[in-house]
Design a protein. Structure first.
Length: 373
């Protein structure tokens, strides 16, 4: 055999031996490996949940509130006439208490007073000129007008005019422009009283805008005054709790800084909802010693108790109206009715003391699921 043929034959024999050895070793290793997978059907593991039963009870129905006080009456004292502000001998400054009816500002009224006296004198002249004709045409009314004329004094407020005995006398007097002059004078007498501005109620001056010597104009704000007899607290209340709030309910308000409490009552309920918080303002009137405008107070609105309700944690709710209960190791959805929300719990109805309520994590649970508890 030629050397070349011999070399090829040896290569084929060695290749066959290597392949055969590899197959033999592979079969041996396959026979020696044991399967780690059981032939039995896999067992399903049940989810472990925590359940709890609850008993019904009567819960006190109080609504927590807070807010800042503001004076019930707050007015801006304004001028109705023009003139120079006079010194009335009183130092009006912010924080000063004033009595009801106490003069606050006096505006120089000398010019207005002289003008009023001149108008009274004109009326006096007009009546005097009318008297001769009145005596001739209406002698029965002459004495009444004569007495009125003699009692007139330009320094004093005019009295009501004599009443006419008939329409002819009334038209006669009106033709002499007497009625027009009379009512013009009465208007000016009323306006003269506006030169002295008095306090509409007893309270505290919070701001003074003018001082003696200043020229004031009609409509100008002179000062701001608040009534300290009654205050009002505006407290936002959630819409869910509004059904428990009614005008006239008692409220206990407390100041933690002062360590004092006051009794108030709900005076009215607002109608405009805060779009950001979805709360509605409740107005509470309160009075007493120690209260200050702008003071922060907290309190509780007392209402009727809630009977036969269950207090369950918020975490137990699957939806706003349902929870999971376990019946025969199976999860069942139960519909309930929420009565009132608390900080971490909710008062509900529609349960029984035997209901096993799921209070553990609800993630991954579904109705009809088998569980251990």
């Amino acid at each position: 055999m030629k050397p070349k043929h011999r070399k090829n034959l040896v290569s084929l024999i060695l290749t066959a031996l290597i392949i055969g050895g590899a197959v033999f070793l592979s079969n041996k290793m396959a026979e020696s490996k044991k399967s780690t997978v059981s032939g039995d059907a896999p067992k399903k593991e049940r989810r472990k949940v925590t359940t709890q039963t609850f008993s019904s009870s009567s819960q006190s129905n109080t609504i927590s509130i807070d807010g800042r006080l503001s004076a019930h009456d707050r007015v801006s004292v304004t001028a109705k006439v023009q003139g120079i502000l006079q010194d009335n001998g009183k130092s009006l400054r912010a924080g000063r208490y004033v009595q009801a009816g106490e003069p606050l500002f006096i505006i120089d009224s000398q010019e207005a007073s002289y003008s009023l006296k001149a108008q009274r004198a004109s009326l006096l002249t007009s009546i005097t000129q009318m008297m001769p004709d009145l005596k001739f045409d209406y002698p029965q009314s002459f004495q009444a007008w004569d007495n009125y004329l003699r009692s007139m004094d330009v320094e004093r407020s005019i009295k009501p005019l004599p009443s006419p005995v008939n329409d002819q006398e009334k038209f006669f007097v009106a033709g002499r422009n007497i009625y027009n002059q009379y009512y013009t004078i009465k208007s000016q007498e009323t306006r003269l009283a506006d030169y002295t501005i008095s306090s509409p109620f007893g309270g505290i001056i919070t701001q003074v805008n003018v001082f003696p010597g200043a020229l004031v104009s009609p409509g100008q704000s002179l000062a701001t005054l608040i009534n300290t007899a009654t205050y009002e607290l505006i407290a936002p209340v959630e819409l869910d709790n509004l059904k428990y709030v009614k005008p006239g309910q008692s409220v206990t308000l407390t100041s933690e800084q002062m360590g004092k409490s006051w009794k108030g009552k709900v005076s009215r309920i607002g109608t405009l909802i805060d779009q950001a918080t979805q709360n509605l303002p409740v107005y509470i009137s309160v009075s007493g010693a120690g209260l200050k405008d702008g003071m922060y107070l907290s309190g509780k609105i007392g209402g009727s108790s809630l009977d036969d309700v269950y207090k369950i944690p918020k975490s137990a709710f699957v939806s706003p109206t349902s929870i999971y209960v376990v019946q025969d190791s199976t999860l069942v959805t139960k519909e309930i009715t929420s009565v009132k929300r608390l900080d971490d719990d909710i008062l509900v109805t529609g349960l029984t003391p035997d209901d096993a309520i799921v209070v553990s994590t609800l993630s991954g649970l579904f109705e009809g699921q088998k569980v251990n508890y």
